[in-house]
Design a protein around this ligand. Structure first.
Ligand code: AMP
Length: 193
């Protein structure tokens, strides 16, 4: 099973990606974390990545493409992409990468959460890039860039919107129900909680 999970910052996508990866045996490829790790290293990209992260802006495609290709190369089985793609350009780039691997996404889970709710959650979370100003910027960037991505996957008939409000296990159950209703849930998935 090949999945992507997208949602605004603070929508709980990483919590869900972790649950799904554990319960379905998928590799979790979390772009935000990979970028933060890369930014701390001494690769030629590190300084550039830091600038974007600190500004709450999306990191350019050449870098995210390089990181994704490097990570996915070793994955033989299923995976869940967390926070990728975030722009239409990335979605089209992903298609090319997947075509080379003779793969396609089975579903793109979209966590639906209001701006008020995510702002509240992010202020509570308090990560380094969770200042009120950066939160506002990241939400703005997300909303602008994601709409064409949603339209694209809607046309491809793989978009699965899910209400992201509530207890994480409840949200996970909703995701499983939605995937099952579309016959997209692998029989390997089971809830172990
Ligand atoms: P996240 O951990 O998903 O909230 O992402 C944290 C930050 O990493 C974002 O604000 C972006 O600066 C960067 N980032 C994460 N995913 C992507 C992506 N697909 N493309 C570009 N930048 C990304």
């Amino acid at each position: 099973m090949k999945l992507s999970i997208i949602g605004p910052p603070g929508s709980g996508k990483t919590t869900q990606a972790e649950l799904i990866s554990k319960n379905c045996g998928l590799t979790h490829i979390y772009m935000g974390r990979l970028l933060r790790i890369e930014a701390q290293g001494d690769s030629p990209f590190a300084e550039r990545i830091r600038c974007y992260l600190e500004a709450g802006l999306l990191v350019p495609l050449d870098i995210v493409h390089y990181i994704l290709e490097r990570e996915i190369e070793h994955v033989k089985d299923g995976y869940i992409l967390d926070g990728f793609p975030r722009t239409l350009e990335q979605a089209l780039d992903l298609d090319v990468l997947l075509q080379k691997r003779s793969e396609h996404l089975d579903a793109v889970i979209y966590l639906v959460v209001s701006d008020e709710e995510i702002t509240r959650r992010l202020i509570e979370r308090g990560r380094k890039d969770d200042t009120p100003e950066l939160i506002r910027r990241r939400i703005e960037v997300f909303r602008t860039e994601i709409q064409p991505v949603l339209n694209y996957y809607q046309i491809e008939e793989i978009l699965v919107p899910v209400n992201g409000i509530g207890d994480p296990l409840e949200v996970e159950q909703r995701i499983f129900d939605e995937l099952a209703a579309r016959h997209r849930l692998s029989s390997r998935c089971r809830r172990k909680n």
